[in-house]
Design a protein around this ligand. Structure first.
Ligand code: HEM
Length: 163
C-alpha cells in the first residue's frame, strides 16, 4: 500500500507529459487532414477511399480525446486522494496502451484497406478499447470511494485526523 500512496513513479507528471504530447500529435494529424481537404487530395477524398477517410478521422478524434483523458487523469491524481490510492500502475499502463492501440489501430486500418473493410491494423483498436474500459472502470471505482473527496483547503487533510 505504501508503494501506492507514495509511488516511485511520478504518475501525475507521466500522464501530463503523455497527454499533452499525444494531444499535440493528434492535433497535427487533424491539421494534415485539413491540408488533404484543402488540396482535394484523392487518396483521402475520393469516394473509393471513403474507408481511409473514416479511419483517419477516427484516429484523429480518438487520439485527441484520449490525450485530454490523460491530462484529466493527472489532475484527478493531484486533486482527489482516493483516485491516487487506486491501482495507479494498472490504470496508467492501460491508459497508455489505449492511447497507442485505439487511434493507432484506426490509423493503420486506413493505410491499407479492402474496399469497405479496413486493413488488419484495425485489430489493434478493440484491444485498445478494452484497455480504456478497464482503466476508466478502475478510475470510476476509485473516484466513488469515500477517500476521493478533495482535501480541505489549508490545514490537515482527513487522513491526518482520527476517525
Ligand atoms: C481536442 C481537439 C480536437 C478534437 C477532440 C477533435 C475531434 C474531431 C472529431 C470528433 C471529428 C469527426 C467529426 C465528424 O466526422 O463528424 C473531427 C474531424 C476533423 N478534425 Fe478534429 N478535433 C480536434 C482538433 C482539431 C484540429 C486542431 C484540427 C486541425 C488543425 C482538426 C481537424 C479536423 C478535420 C480536418 C476533420 C474532418 C476530417 C474529415 O472528415 O475528413 N481537428 N475532429
Amino acid at each position: 500500500m505504501a508503494r501506492d500512496t507514495y509511488p516511485a513513479v511520478d504518475y501525475v507528471r507521466r500522464h501530463l507529459r503523455v497527454g499533452w504530447w499525444s494531444l499535440l500529435g493528434f492535433l497535427i494529424l487533424g491539421f494534415v487532414l485539413e491540408v488533404l481537404h484543402g488540396f482535394k487530395t484523392g487518396l483521402y477524398l475520393d469516394v473509393s477511399n471513403e474507408t481511409r477517410r473514416l479511419m483517419w478521422t477516427l484516429a484523429h478524434a480518438h487520439g485527441a480525446l484520449l490525450g485530454l483523458v490523460h491530462v484529466l487523469y493527472a489532475l484527478c491524481l493531484r486533486l482527489l486522494p482516493g483516485v491516487a490510492a487506486g491501482s495507479q500502475r494498472l490504470v496508467s499502463s492501460s491508459l497508455i496502451g489505449a492511447s497507442v492501440l485505439l487511434p493507432g489501430g484506426f490509423f493503420l486500418g486506413g493505410v491499407g484497406f479492402y474496399a469497405g473493410d479496413p486493413g488488419l491494423g484495425i485489430l489493434a483498436a478493440p484491444v485498445g478499447a478494452t484497455l480504456l474500459i478497464i482503466a476508466v472502470y478502475l478510475i470510476a471505482r476509485a473516484a466513488a470511494s469515500p477517500d476521493s473527496r478533495p482535501e480541505p483547503p489549508g490545514g490537515e487533510g482527513r487522513r491526518g485526523k482520527k476517525r
